[in-house]
Design a binder for this molecule. Structure first.
Ligand SMILES: NC(=O)c1ccc[n+]([C@@H]2O[C@H](COP(=O)([O-])OP(=O)(O)OC[C@H]3O[C@@H](n4cnc5c(N)ncnc54)[C@H](O)[C@@H]3O)[C@@H](O)[C@H]2O)c1
Length: 492
């Protein structure tokens, strides 16, 4: 295994930039330079932590950045399931060949695998975090200590405790000028970006209402039957089983609420003015929202309803996950603007996956049918009537999953300010607040949600796979579930 020493790699990126400038200047002067730069490898190395579906996709995007932002190479992978790691690596090798350079001693299985994977990187490289979100702050802390750039998937947090951790760690990341991408890739959609600008220029007047929808059948691991009834999982350690079924467990993922709804909720906050990172944000300290309330461009309160309609599958096996099947949330912004979000995971109902905005002078569809293509358009009336269309994105839309990686690599290569961690944490916290409102049946403020009881504060202490899981099942395999109106201070 090549040893990537921090000292020889330190200032690698700066060296490349400086050498490039000297080369250009000397070429003009006709002076022959020693070919020192050819001895320097300017490959951005990538380590993947969480080699599941999205992790494999994100690593593939990292290896597919445009020529101007390459070369990139995958050098290490960590997971807690060997079969997931192997299958991800095989797929990536088939697609990317030599750009995947992960010999056995750079494949790490275990709760400490993230440290070992990150240790193969040096300054200028990128660690990808695509596990369930509860682990983000744990990994982020280590990467920031080591001075490594990060790409982490959404959601960034599953509770207020995680949000506070990320915001705190991020102060150091900013001081170190680390580049941090968050997988809210719709923020990199060129169509949505153009429409957000139009709205902020006043194309539909002042925003008074936003509506978003994420309604489809139960997908991924949002519904679970007892572990003992699942032949695939019945002999697995409980903690690995909960992680494997992470959409079913609020501590691990924020449930289907955070995992599914965050894109639409975040893009509505964007339309309202919540900008990239904090410097251009409408202002405010996330730890002191009340003091900066008039400037805050994220919702400050939520009330919500939700229901569980189906308690067993067609075979009569009970569902034991912690999710509700429907959620309806009313978010309130400091100036009184409302965001209404509807979520449903039930088969056979009307499906919708969209975000809309109403202003004093018109109406807009930010996204109509999923992530990509958006398409984004503005109208003078209250409906998407083509006759009243006043603007639509004029170009063909590119893939935002790839765009977000080109943007991150561009920032790394050219040392542009780039830190999406705070915005990602705040978007996640808006989800935590809405989910808590539905699960407790109470009106929940920003502070209530930020200071709520931590759901899994000790994830940095996990050692073996026999570690205790953050929630435990009763003798029949049932977990604590939300009881609005009964459990009012915590979600279960
Ligand atoms: N941006 C998007 O549109 C998008 C799409 C899909 C998933 N995601 C996000 O990506 C994340 C992963 O989702 P997925 O669908 O890939 O799930 P997945 O289950 O397919 O993959 C997660 C992987 O992480 C591994 N893992 C879990 N805990 C770990 C730990 N402590 N250390 C190392 N590895 C660990 C799992 O074993 C698994 O291989 C989620 O946060 C999800 O919301 C984002």
């Amino acid at each position: 295994m090549p040893k990537h020493s921090n000292s020889s790699d330190s200032n690698r990126r700066e060296f490349i930039k400086t050498t490039g400038k000297v080369t250009a200047a000397s070429a003009l002067a006709g002076v022959a330079l020693p070919r020192v730069h050819s001895a320097v490898d300017d490959t951005v190395k990538v380590a993947l932590v969480g080699a599941g579906g999205r992790g494999t996709g994100a690593a593939s995007n990292a290896l597919s950045v445009s020529a101007g932002h390459g070369p990139t190479k995958l050098v290490a992978v960590a997971d807690i399931f060997e079969e997931k790691l192997k299958s991800s690596l095989n797929g990536l090798k088939r697609k990317h060949g030599k750009k995947v350079d992960v010999p056995a001693d750079r494949q790490h299985i275990g709760f400490d695998g993230y440290k070992k994977a990150i240790d193969h990187l040096s300054k200028g490289d990128v660690a990808i975090f695509t596990t369930p979100p509860a682990f983000r702050w744990v990994f982020y802390k280590y990467a920031v200590e080591k001075g490594i750039n990060v790409f982490m998937e959404k959601p960034v947090t599953a509770d207020g405790y995680g949000t506070k951790k990320i915001l705190e760690i991020n102060k150091t990341a900013k001081k170190k000028n680390l580049k941090v991408g968050v997988g809210l890739m719709c923020r990199h959609s060129r169509a949505r970006g153009a429409m957000a600008e139009k709205i902020q220029e006043g194309a539909i007047g002042d925003i008074v209402l936003m509506r978003s929808y994420r309604m489809h059948g139960p997908v991924v691991t949002s519904r679970s039957i007892p572990q003992s009834m699942s032949p695939e999982y019945k002999d697995m350690e409980e903690i690995r089983w909960q992680i494997r079924r992470f959409h079913s467990f609020i501590w691990a993922s924020g449930g289907c609420f955070n995992d599914f709804y965050i894109h639409n909720i975040d893009e509505c906050c964007w339309m309202k003015g919540a900008a990239m990172g904090d410097p251009n944000n409408a202002g405010g300290d996330p730890f002191d929202v009340i003091g900066t309330r008039d400037k805050w461009s994220w919702p400050i309160m939520a009330q919500a309803t939700g229901g569980k309609h189906y308690t067993e599958n067609k075979q009569g096996q009970p569902y034991v996950d912690q999710n509700l099947d429907t959620y309806s949330v009313e978010y309130t912004y400091a100036d009184g603007t409302k965001l209404m979000h509807n979520g449903r995971t039930i088969q056979g109902c009307h499906n919708e996956f969209a975000s809309h905005v109403h202003g004093t002078k018109g109406f807009g569809t930010f996204s109509a049918n999923g992530h990509w293509p958006a398409p984004s358009a503005l109208y003078s009336g209250l409906t998407p009537n083509p006759k009243n269309q006043i603007w639509k994105f004029p170009a063909r839309e590119t893939n935002p999953y790839q765009d977000e990686w080109d943007d991150l690599l561009d920032a790394i290569r050219n040392d542009k300010p780039y830190n999406e961690a705070e915005r990602g944490a705040l978007a996640s916290q808006v989800c935590n607040m809405g989910r808590m409102a539905a699960h407790t049946g109470q009106r929940v403020t920003w502070d209530d949600a930020l200071n709520a009881k931590p759901l899994a504060p000790d994830l940095d202490q996990l050692e073996g796979f026999d570690s205790k899981a953050p929630v435990t099942a009763d003798k029949d395999g049932f977990y604590p579930v939300p009881q609005p109106g009964i459990t009012k201070k915590s979600e279960y």
